[in-house]
Write a protein that binds this ligand. Structure first.
Ligand code: AMP
Ligand code: MG
Length: 366
């Protein structure tokens, strides 16, 4: 009898061990390329591979759908995306998906909040810079820091000034009842590159959360979204690397800092991402509406905020604005920020410092 009880106890202990072993979440990873012109990596903890893959698929599918709606370069079958809106500037209102209406309303709001620094109606100016940058990097050789673009030129100011007559955001007419968008100026166009990736990442990650996802760090080409914490039983927060804007001579990317977050997005903007060189000087892809020239106050900036779309918009704004204006903007939204100045020195808000390894916050105390 006693032996039976012992055997039963051993069996029970084994079952308990097996259950415990089975419920310990595993660490998984998914990658996909091409969406929003970037490379995406999702890592996180899940019950099993199948469940993790389900979450990754939800994120990927939503990002693909939104990329199709927000792109200005490709047509979609339904004909209801931003390219169709741009193609019909000055011609006719275009019926668009609800997500397009919501994004444009959000962008209009942020234009006002950033004192016009982030202006999605600036397509006419941005496309000129885009064309000159593309031409100027066409013959690129060598690592990113030593790009040799012999024929690179700056667009003449007359052309930029002429284009700047067609960047009024009030010429974007949104009809919420009919779900249409009309650009009243035939020479204007929309470019949501400053906001759409982070905005879409926020929506896609939220969908996966609704499906049960609790522990993920998703990186969409530098726009990072953290959900929950790593479920490895030791770490309380995700560590997110901030890229050093200057690459090594051989093109190696280094980490400038690590910030420790839970349910937040970490988004960086800088001229190191997309740029070209004219007469030895670097010209980036973020254009200051006040000068019509690439912003160059800083090498890079980073913003941390719970909302991914807002973090994306604020990081573009921060890159353009003087530090004091940027600080006011961040404070208004309770967002945190880092500026990497042209001389390489760092400035950051207290909220950033509190979660930064390098600046003596969370990482140092840990
Ligand atoms: P980000 O990398 O999020 O800072 O966004 C940069 C992208 O936003 C550029 O590639 C352009 O497509 C677009 N962009 C550049 N300057 C501006 C601006 N001042 N306002 C709105 N969009 C901009
Ligand atoms: Mg941005």
């Amino acid at each position: 009898m006693k032996k039976k009880i012992i055997n039963a106890a051993i069996c029970l202990a084994l079952v308990v061990c097996l259950i415990a072993w089975n419920t310990k979440p595993g660490f998984y990873r998914a990658e996909f390329a091409g969406l929003f012109d970037t490379y995406s990596v999702i890592v996180g903890y899940s019950k099993n591979q199948k469940q993790f893959s389900k979450y990754a698929q939800i994120i990927r599918d939503k990002m693909a759908e939104l990329d199709g709606l927000f792109t200005i370069y490709d047509d979609v079958e339904a004909g209801n995306n931003l390219k169709a809106v741009n193609d019909n500037a000055g011609i006719a209102p275009v019926a668009v998906a609800d997500e397009v209406i919501e994004l444009l309303k959000y962008c209009k709001e942020l234009h006002a909040e950033t004192n016009g620094a982030v202006n999605i109606a600036m397509g006419a100016v941005l496309s000129i810079w885009h064309d000159y940058r593309t031409a100027g990097t066409a013959g690129t050789i060598g690592a990113a820091t030593t790009r040799n673009a012999v024929a690179a030129q700056l667009p003449p100011m007359e052309i930029l000034l002429e284009a700047s007559k067609h960047i009024d955001i009030n010429d974007i007419f949104i009809n919420e009842e009919n779900k249409t968008v009309f650009l009243a100026d035939p020479l204007m166009s929309i470019d949501v590159g400053a906001i759409a990736k982070g905005y879409s990442a926020g929506i896609a990650v939220e969908l996966a959360k609704e499906a049960g996802m609790t522990s993920v760090l998703a990186n969409f080409g530098g726009n990072t979204v953290g959900v929950g914490k790593p479920q490895d039983g030791t770490r309380a927060r995700w560590g997110v690397g901030i890229q050093e804007p200057d690459l090594d001579a051989d093109g190696t990317k280094n980490i400038l800092d690590t910030v420790f977050i839970n349910d937040s997005a970490v988004v960086s903007s800088g001229s190191y991402q997309r740029f070209y060189i004219v007469d030895g000087k670097k010209y980036g892809h973020i254009i200051d509406p006040a000068t019509l020239m690439p912003a160059n106050r800083y090498k890079a900036v980073t913003v941390i905020h719970e909302q991914s779309g807002l973090a994306d918009a604020l990081s573009t704004a921060l890159y353009i604005l003087p530090i004091e204006e940027g600080r006011v903007l961040l404070k208004k939204y309770n967002a945190h920020g880092l500026w990497v100045k042209q001389d390489g020195t760092l400035e950051a808000t207290d909220g950033y410092i509190a979660v930064s390894k390098k600046l003596g916050g969370y990482g140092a105390a840990d």
